[in-house]
Design a protein around this ligand. Structure first.
Ligand code: ADP
Length: 687
């Protein structure tokens, strides 16, 4: 038996090896086909033995395969067909449909006839191996990428990262670590970690037992830079151990927290500062409250003082004014009349001054309030006309009141204050004009959908220099110091008028040229719907004015009036005035007498002084009302402060008059309650 036969006999052992084995002769006739080949190719041995290999596996017909195998039949070297390049050599499908990866090697074995060689083809299934290699490669790739990523993070981190060996010496660190410490590679390599920290800080870090615990995040500590600077840091430490628990290295992540510390310190400081300033503020508020309280008390005291003073001054003034007025109604010697007229002018001035001082004090104390009621404009203009025309004409000036537009007959404002403003302005115009005209022009204006009446007081007088124009609205200020000497005055009028204009919801402005004249414009809101209001034009106003002038004479009445007054002079004055109107007068010296007299007599009206000894007017009025007396009681009081009127009305008075008595106001009030001769009754303007 030759070698080949021995080998061929033993081929059957190859049925048990996990590789495919096939033997072909130089004609490519299959001589052997083992079980593994059967399984992989699904072709039975009986079919394959004696068949030509190329008939079933076309690759073997291809020249490039043949060239290589043919060599073998001449005893040439083995040939390997790799699974990647020659995957179609023995197509061998797996259960999932994919082809098996086969590594194929052809080797020469001597032919059984002793002539030449056969080829033994050994096929190895490397599907699993390839798969594992692929997987390994992918894992390797991932590892490389992740290492790359970690390296980037490590290098570009905005925190210092340092790694130490098992003996706590630095072996790796990033750029940030170098920057933070101000050290380079030479400084850092194998530098003991301990030397980076101040001794007490290292002790503190050690006390955390990180080597046992494995890690410690966010420890606040300090490190020392190359130039000895101590930097506040946040340190996170961890150790790496091998499978036996032996420490192989440690990693530290170190963050510079200087800024954070600084801002913490700053906010602490700010908090302290805030607390200090809060405390100061509290003290200031307390102090201010105390001052405010003191100021309030002082202001109250001032108001009370003013009230008392006004009472004290007005009471004797009442006597003087009334007496002069009465005497002037008598037949008098020319000289006496002249002196009395001077005295009257002086008392008028004095009264004006007292009123101004009272007003400015009230404004300053915030006590001056305006009361918006229906106000008949034509009536107010008539009043201005009657009281100002005479003084203008006396100086040889033309005086006129003109309605430039149709204006509402009635608006809602405070008539007393409006009158006061206009009298002030017209009074000044007359005072500061030597020749020419003083004119009051009324016109309408609309500002932001609200209607206003504008009163322009125009004169051709001395005018006001531009540089003085803003000052004259301040109190006690006059355009020119010499004004006081020449024209008198206190410098209060415009200050009061401006404030009153503002209190009425309007304003006072000025347009003036030195030596040419001035225009003071008082603008006030109408506070009504002008669309539905009754309007009045210039002609209507002129007719009304004419009518009113004819009515301005002392009216005659009948009936008995009880005058309750303790002051003898005032008793005489009031009696004199009332007797001028034909009224019968009886006197009661105090409240108690008044009660008695009212019970026993029949009076048409009571004029009640409020401040009296024994029983005052308030008590007397209240008792009279409690007893059921309904007769009109008119309060007459020198208490000219705000609030007095309210008190009087509350105790039961029907009307209120302040002293010194304004004769015109007294007559008007009496008309409401007494029967006057009909020809005098018409005081309301008519068209
Ligand atoms: P008084 O008239 O009592 O001095 P005012 O406050 O009414 O106080 O006026 C302040 C100053 O304004 C006056 O002293 C005067 O210099 C100036 N003034 C006011 N009205 C006029 C006017 N129509 N023409 C010129 N100057 C005026």
């Amino acid at each position: 038996m030759n070698t080949f036969e021995v080998i061929e006999d033993r081929f059957e052992v190859l049925d048990h090896v996990p590789v495919g084995v096939c033997v072909i002769d130089k004609n490519y006739t299959v001589k052997f086909w083992n079980t593994c080949m059967e399984d992989w190719t699904n072709i039975h041995r009986d079919y394959m033995l004696g068949a030509e290999l190329g008939d079933n596996f076309p690759c073997f017909n291809a020249l490039k395969y043949r060239c290589r195998i043919d060599n073998i039949f001449n005893g040439g070297p083995p040939v390997i067909f790799s699974a990647q390049l020659h995957k179609d050599i023995f197509p061998s499908p797996l259960p999932d449909g994919k082809l098996r990866k086969l590594n194929t090697m052809a080797t020469a074995v001597p032919a059984s006839d002793g002539k030449g060689f056969n080829a033994i083809i050994v096929v190895e299934d490397i599907t699993e191996l390839t798969h594992r290699i692929d997987k390994y490669r992918q894992t390797q790739d991932k590892l490389v990428k992740s290492e790359e990523m970690y390296r980037l993070i490590f290098e570009n981190s905005a925190v210092a990262i340092m790694m130490a060996d098992d003996q706590e010496r630095l072996i790796s660190w990033n750029k940030f670590a170098e920057n933070l410490l101000g050290m380079n590679k030479e400084d850092l390599f194998l530098k003991p970690v301990k030397s980076l920290y101040p001794a007490e800080e290292w002790q503190r870090i050690r006390s955390h037992n990180i080597r046992e615990k494995g890690m410690q995040p966010h420890l606040e500590s300090k490190i020392i830079t190359k130039d000895g600077k101590v930097v506040a840091v946040d340190v996170s430490l961890s150790v790496l151990k091998d499978s036996e628990g032996k420490i192989i290295s440690s990693v530290g992540i170190i963050k510079d927290i200087t800024e954070r510390k600084r801002s913490e310190l700053a906010s602490e400081q700010a908090r302290d500062d805030l607390e200090t300033s809060n405390l100061k503020l509290k003290q200031t508020i307390e102090h201010t409250n105390m001052l405010a309280h003191e100021a309030m008390m002082a202001s109250k005291a001032k108001s009370e003082f003013l009230a008392n003073m006004s009472h004290e001054i007005r009471t004797p003034m009442n006597g003087i004014v009334g007496a002069i007025t009465l005497v002037l109604t008598k037949n008098l010697d020319e000289k006496v009349r002249e002196y009395l007229t001077i005295a009257q002018r002086c008392t008028d001035n004095l009264l004006n001054l007292i009123n101004d001082i009272l007003d400015i004090s009230k404004i300053e104390a915030g006590k001056l309030e305006v009361e918006l009621i229906d106000c008949d404009i034509s009536k107010e203009l008539c009043l201005i006309n009657s009281c100002m025309r005479a003084s203008a004409l006396e100086k040889g000036l033309n005086f006129d009141i003109v309605l430039k537009d149709k204006i509402p007959q009635q608006i809602r404002t405070d008539p007393t204050r409006l009158y006061q403003c206009l009298v002030n302005l017209v009074g000044n115009a007359v005072k500061f004009t030597e020749t020419g005209t003083v004119k009051l022009e009324a016109s309408m204006q609309t500002i932001a959908d609200k209607s206003f009446i504008c009163f322009d007081v125009i004169d051709t007088g001395i005018g006001i220099p531009v540089d003085k124009q803003s000052q004259i609205f301040e109190k006690f200020t006059q355009a020119d110091g010499s004004t006081t000497r020449k024209y008198g005055g206190t410098g209060l009028g415009l200050a009061i008028t401006k404030q009153l204009a503002e209190l009425l919801g309007g304003d006072l402005t000025l347009d003036s040229q030195e030596s040419k004249g001035s225009t003071f414009s008082l603008i006030i809101p109408t506070n009504i719907d002008t669309e539905s209001a009754v309007m009045m034009d210039n002609d209507q106003w002129r007719r009304t004015n004419q009518q009113t002038k004819q009515d301005a004479i002392i009216p005659k009445a009948c009936g008995k009036v009880l005058v309750v007054e303790d002051d003898l002079a005032n008793q005489q004055i009031i009696t004199g005035i009332l007797e001028e109107t034909n009224l019968e007068v009886e006197i009661a010296n105090d409240g108690a007498q008044a009660l008695e007299k009212v019970s026993n007599g029949s009076f048409a009206l009571v004029l009640m002084d409020m401040q009296m000894p024994n029983m005052n007017g308030y008590d007397a009025t209240r008792i009279l009302r409690e007893k059921g007396f309904t007769l009109p009681i008119i309060a007459l009081t020198a208490h000219a402060m705000k609030g007095d009127e309210d008190i009087c009305r509350r105790v039961g008075c029907d009307a209120y008059l302040s002293k010194p008595v304004d004769i015109e106001k007294l007559f008007k009030t009496l008309q409401k309650y007494l029967t006057f001769e009909s020809k005098f009754l018409k005081t309301e303007p008519s068209e």
